[in-house]
Design a binder for this molecule. Structure first.
Ligand code: ACM
Length: 762
C-alpha cells in the first residue's frame, strides 16, 4: 500500500537538530535526511532478502515488528516494499543506510551487523505509537548511520543470582533492538560457578549451589544453577544473529570461593575447603598462582574458548585481598623464585601469563582496572570500574579500555529515592543514578592524550546482582537506563539533549511493555514532597505538597477524591495545600492523553504524616554506606525493603514533632549479616549490649540525647524475624530527631527498622 503526499522541502537533520518533527528513534542515528513522499507498511508486507545475513536480518525485522507493532510481515518474500541489500560503499561492519521513498524501504549495508542495525531502526519506525496491528505511514527519508563506539555493553551477573537462559535471550533481544553489541557474562564469583566445564564437573556440581544465609533460624534450601556448554553455545549463536558478541568472564584471582569450594586441592591456596559463598562483598578466597592452579585455569580457558568465540575473554582481577597469598609459604616461595616483591606483582604475573595464553589462541585479555596495579601486562585491555582514572592511565599507556565506572554505570544503583524502588545501592544518595544522570555520562573521559582517544573502545553498564534476585528486578534495573547508554555510545557525541531523548523514550517504553519487559517507570512516576516539616503541617492543619517527576515529561494530573487520575483530571500547576486526611493520586499524561507511569498516591492523614518507612529514615552518622536490602537474600518480590548501613545500625527519624507525639511503635526486622567486609571490617561501628542478644535503644534529640526506651531483642534462633516494639515519648517542644540504635553483636544477624509510627494522645 503506497500513498503519496505533497512534496515537502527536503530537510537535512543531523543529530538532535529539528528531531522534534523527526522519527522517534533510540539511539538517535548519525543523520536523517527528510525527503518527499510517504510509504504505508501494513499487515503482510513482504521483505526481500538475498544472502544468508540479509535473510537473518529480515527474519529479525519480522519478529521484532510482530512484537512491537503486532503486524506480521512476510520475511521470505520474493517481492515487497522492504529490501535488504549489500552495498560495499557503506563502509564499516555496523554501518547502514536506510532509505524510505514512496516505492519502498531499502536497508543497505556491507556487513551483517549493519543489516541488523538497519532492521532494528525500521522496527522502531514501524512502532511510533501505542497502536497495535495498524498500518504505519512512513515519511520518506534517508538515514545514514554508524556507531560512535565499538563496545556498547551490558554486563549480567548470574553468579550472585542465577539468571534463567530465556531471560538472557530476552536481554539479547533488547540489546539488539537498541544497537548494543556486547553481552558480558560474569560467570563466576564467590557465590556461584555458572559455566559447565567438562573436565572439572565439581565446578558446577558443588560450585553452582549455595545455601542462603540465615537471620537466626534454620538455613534455607540451596539455590543456584548453571549453564551447560550446549546452552551457552546456543546463546552465543542467538546473540551473533543479532550482531552481539558474548564476552565471558572468569573472575580471578579473587572472587574465587565457589571454585575453591569445588577444587580446594587444585586451585586453593591453603588447602582448606570453604562452602560456596553467601556473603556479598569481598571474601578472602583466592586462586593460587602455583603451577597446579595455573594449569587448571588454562584447562578451563580451553573449554571457555571452545564455547565463546569472542575476541576478548574477561579474567576479572577485581577486589582480590591478598591475605591468603601472604600466608602461603608456597606462594611466597613462588614470588621469590620469580623475583616479585609484592602480591600485586604476583597478580600481574598471573594475569600476564594467562593473557599470553589467550594471545597464543588468538584471543585478547580484558580485566577490571585493578590489573593496572603492580604493572599492566602489555597484552591486557582494561575495564575501568573504580572511576575513570584507570581508563585514562591505561589508554595513555596504549591499552584499549572500556568505561564502566561505578556508581553511574552500575545498574544496581537505585534510579530514584522512591519508597517503591526495589533493592539496590544508595550510598547516602551518591549511588542513586536517575535516568538523566546516566544519560549525561560521556564515555570519552577527560585527560586522554589526543592520539590515545582511539583506545576508548566504548562503555558498558553493569548489572551486578547481589540485590537483583528475579528477572523482573534485573529488567527494572536495566531498562530504560539501557536506552540512555545505547544512545551515548552509538550516537554522535553532540547528541545529548535529555528532554529530546525522553520524548523519544516514550514510544520506547511502549515497546518494552509489548516485549513483556518490566522496565522501571521511576523516571516518569509522580513524587510527592512536603514543604517544611510534617510537624509544621500538623500544627497548621495544612499540608503543602509539591508534585514532580524526574524527567518533567508530560502534564501531571491529580485527584483529591479517591478516584484514579485520568487525562481529564485537574492539571497540576503549583504546590497544593491540602487538609490532613486527603489522599492525592497523580500521574503524568502525554499530550494524547496516555499516562506515562502507574498513578502514585500520597496519604496525608495524621497517622500517615507521623509514619516514616525505612526509606524515609536517615542513616547516622553522616557519610554512612547505604544499601537497600530485602528481608532475605533470596526474597523474590513484595517483601519489605530496608535502607541500611551495614557498618552501623544507627538510624534516625528526622524532625519528629515531639509536641504532637506521645508514643511510638517501631517495626523491626532481623536480617542476615552476610557481607564480606575483608579489610573494611575495621570500619564497623559497634554499640555495646547489656543483655544477651542486644537491645533497641531509642533516644530523643539526636543520638546523644536522653534515652526514651530500651527494648531487649529476642533470641534469634527461636524468634520470628519481624517484631514490633511500643513505647512512650516525653513531651517536647517542637521537632527533634529520634535516634534508633541496635546494640546486637556485629557478628550476629543485624536489625533494621521497617517503619516507625508516632502515636498521638488518644
Ligand atoms: C566490581 O564491581 N568489583 C568490578
Amino acid at each position: 500500500m503506497i500513498r503519496l503526499r505533497p512534496l515537502v522541502l527536503a530537510l537535512l537533520m543531523t543529530s538532535t537538530a529539528a528531531v522534534a518533527e523527526g522519527p522517534k528513534l533510540i539511539p538517535m542515528p548519525a543523520s536523517i535526511e527528510a525527503k518527499a513522499g510517504t510509504l504505508t507498511i501494513g499487515e503482510g508486507a513482504g521483505i526481500v532478502a538475498g544472502d544468508a545475513g540479509a535473510k537473518t536480518a529480515a527474519k529479525l525485522l519480522a519478529q521484532q515488528v510482530k512484537v512491537v507493532r503486532g503486524l506480521s510481515l512476510a520475511s521470505d518474500a520474493s517481492t515487497g516494499p522492504i529490501r535488504f541489500v549489500r552495498d560495499a560503499s557503506v563502509t564499516g561492519d555496523e554501518a547502514y543506510v536506510l532509505s524510505v521513498d514512496a516505492k519502498g524501504v531499502t536497508i543497505a549495508a556491507s556487513g551483517d551487523a549493519g543489516l541488523v542495525h538497519g532492521a532494528m531502526t525500521l522496527a522502531q519506525l514501524l512502532s511510533p505509537d501505542a497502536e497495535v496491528g495498524k498500518p504505519v505511514v512512513l515519511a520518506a527519508m534517508t538515514i545514514r548511520d554508524a556507531p560512535r563506539f565499538k563496545w556498547r555493553g551490558l554486563m549480567i551477573d548470574p553468579a550472585r543470582h542465577f539468571v534463567p537462559m530465556p531471560t538472557l535471550c530476552a536481554m539479547v533481544d533488547q540489546l539488539a533492538a537498541q544497537k548494543m553489541n556486547v553481552l558480558h557474562l560474569h560467570l563466576t564469583d564467590d557465590q556461584g560457578w555458572r559455566v559447565e566445564i567438562k573436565r572439572y564437573p565439581e565446578l558446577t556440581r558443588i560450585g553452582a549451589w549455595r545455601t542462603p544465609p540465615s537471620a537466626g533460624g534454620a538455613p534455607g534450601e540451596k539455590v543456584g544453577g548453571f549453564y551447560t556448554q550446549a546452552e551457552l553455545k546456543a546463546l552465543v549463536a542467538y546473540a551473533k544473529d543479532r550482531a552481539i558478541t558474548v564476552v565471558p568472564e572468569i573472575d580471578l584471582p579473587g572472587h574465587a570461593q565457589a571454585a575453591v569450594a569445588s577444587y580446594p586441592a587444585e586451585v586453593g591456596v591453603l588447602g582448606d575447603r570453604p562452602a560456596v559463598g553467601h556473603d556479598w562483598g569481598v571474601n578472602p578466597w583466592l586462586f593460587s598462582p602455583e603451577d597446579r592452579s595455573m594449569t587448571f585455569i588454562k584447562h578451563v580457558l580451553d573449554e571457555l574458548m571452545e564455547v565463546f568465540p569472542s575476541q576478548f575473554i574477561h579474567l576479572g582481577g577485581d577486589e582480590a585481598v591478598k591475605d591468603q597469598w601472604e600466608r602461603s609459604p608456597a606462594v611466597q616461595a613462588k614470588m621469590k623464585a620469580l623475583g616479585l616483591k609484592t602480591e600485586m606483582q604476583m597478580q600481574s604475573w598471573m594475569i600476564d601469563q594467562l593473557g599470553e595464553y589467550l594471545a597464543k589462541h588468538g584471543r585478547r585479555l580484558i580485566g577490571w582496572d585493578e590489573i593496572l596495579e603492580g604493572g599492566l601486562p602489555p597484552s591486557a585491555s582494561v575495564m575501568s570500574w573504580r572511576g575513570e582514572k584507570g581508563a585514562v592511565e591505561a589508554a595513555n599507556q596504549g591499552h584499549d579500555v572500556v568505561l564502566s565506572p561505578a556508581p553511574i554505570l552500575y545498574l544496581d544503583s537505585l534510579q530514584s529515592g522512591r519508597r517503591d524502588e526495589p533493592p539496590g545501592r544508595i550510598s547516602n544518595g551518591d549511588a542513586i543514578v536517575p535516568l538523566a544522570r546516566l544519560y549525561a555520562y560521556e564515555p570519552a573521559p577527560a585527560g586522554l592524550a589526543p592520539d590515545k582517544a582511539k583506545h576508548v573502545l566504548g562503555a558498558q553498564i553493569n548489572a551486578f546482582s547481589e540485590y537483583l534476585v528475579t528477572p523482573q528486578q534485573l529488567e527494572h534495573a536495566t531498562f530504560p537506563r539501557l536506552s540512555a547508554l545505547a544512545e551515548r555510545t552509538w550516537s554522535p557525541g553532540s547528541t545529548r539533549d535529555f528532554d529530546n531523548f525522553v520524548s523519544r523514550l516514550e514510544p520506547q517504553m511502549g515497546r518494552y511493555a509489548r516485549a513483556g519487559i518490566a522496565a522501571a517507570d521511576s523516571a516518569f512516576a509522580v513524587d510527592f514532597t512536603i514543604a517544611g516539616t510534617r510537624g509544621d503541617a500538623l500544627r497548621r492543619g495544612k499540608v503543602p505538597v509539591t508534585l514532580a517527576t524526574q524527567t518533567g515529561y508530560g502534564t501531571i494530573r491529580y485527584t483529591l477524591d479517591g478516584k484514579l487520575p485520568t487525562a481529564r483530571s485537574k492539571a497540576y500547576a503549583a504546590p497544593l495545600s491540602v487538609k490532613p486526611g486527603v489522599t492525592i493520586r497523580a500521574a503524568a499524561f502525554t499530550t494524547d492523553g496516555r499516562p506515562t507511569a502507574e498513578p502514585r498516591l500520597f496519604e496525608t492523614s495524621r497517622a500517615a504524616l507521623l509514619r516514616r518507612s525505612s526509606s524515609e529514615l536517615v542513616a547516622c552518622p553522616d557519610g554512612a554506606i547505604g544499601l537497600r536490602v530485602p528481608l532475605t537474600s533470596e526474597a523474590t518480590a513484595n517483601t519489605p525493603v530496608f535502607n541500611v548501613n551495614i557498618f552501623d545500625t544507627c538510624t534516625m527519624y528526622p524532625a519528629a514533632p515531639l509536641d504532637v507525639a506521645r508514643g511510638f511503635t517501631v517495626d523491626v526486622a532481623r536480617l542476615p549479616r552476610h557481607y564480606g567486609l575483608a579489610h573494611d571490617e575495621k570500619a564497623l561501628r559497634r554499640h555495646y549490649a547489656v543483655t544477651t542478644y542486644g537491645e533497641l535503644v531509642v533516644r530523643t534529640g539526636g543520638c546523644t540525647g536522653p534515652v526514651a526506651g530500651t527494648f531487649p531483642l529476642p533470641n534469634p534462633a527461636t524468634s520470628p524475624n519481624r517484631m514490633t516494639f511500643r513505647g512512650t515519648l516525653p513531651q517536647g517542644k517542637g521537632d527533634a530527631d529520634i535516634c534508633l540504635t541496635f546494640t546486637a553483636s556485629m557478628e550476629s544477624p543485624f536489625y533494621a527498622v521497617e517503619s516507625m509510627q508516632l502515636l498521638e494522645k488518644k
